[in-house]
Ligand binder design. Structure first.
Ligand code: NI
Length: 134
């Protein structure tokens, strides 16, 4: 059910918000405000660390480094309850990209990403978390 509410806002802030809305391609203020509220709620959930979120961890690594593939697999088995899937792509002769799709507490997902980051041969780890908000 949709509810309407009035917002009092400084004129200059509203002007900047309208510029932001048109840059982002929103048709109106309502959808932009809904997106900002959802993002804020998701950020709060992630910051708490104890709520269940979904996410991806992207790992770039050199598979020629001794034992690296086994170590990455070992970490994924250790956190099997939080890992839904993994996709592996060979970038070139030596480098690999692995995207791990995760679902669990934000703190645990951060821990998985940190464990992967600290492995010798891992060149870059990025992770992104999200959640379903109404
Ligand atoms: Ni590969």
């Amino acid at each position: 059910m949709l509810k309407r509410f009035g917002v009092s806002i400084d004129e200059e802030l509203l002007r900047k918000f309208d510029d932001y809305i048109s840059e982002k391609g929103y048709i109106g203020r309502s959808e932009a405000i809904r997106d900002l509220i959802r993002n804020a709620l998701i950020d709060v959930s992630i910051a708490k660390g104890t709520e269940e979120v979904f996410g991806t961890i992207t790992v770039v690594y050199d598979h020629e480094v001794r034992g690296i593939s086994e170590k990455i697999t070992h970490i994924q088995h250790h956190y099997v309850g939080d890992i839904r899937a993994a996709v592996h792509v060979h970038i070139d002769e030596k480098n690999c990209l692995e995207v791990v799709i995760v679902n669990g507490k934000a703190d645990v997902i951060r821990e998985i990403a940190e464990n992967l980051t600290s492995l010798k041969g891992v060149k870059n780890v990025r992770f992104q978390l999200t959640k379903v908000e109404p």
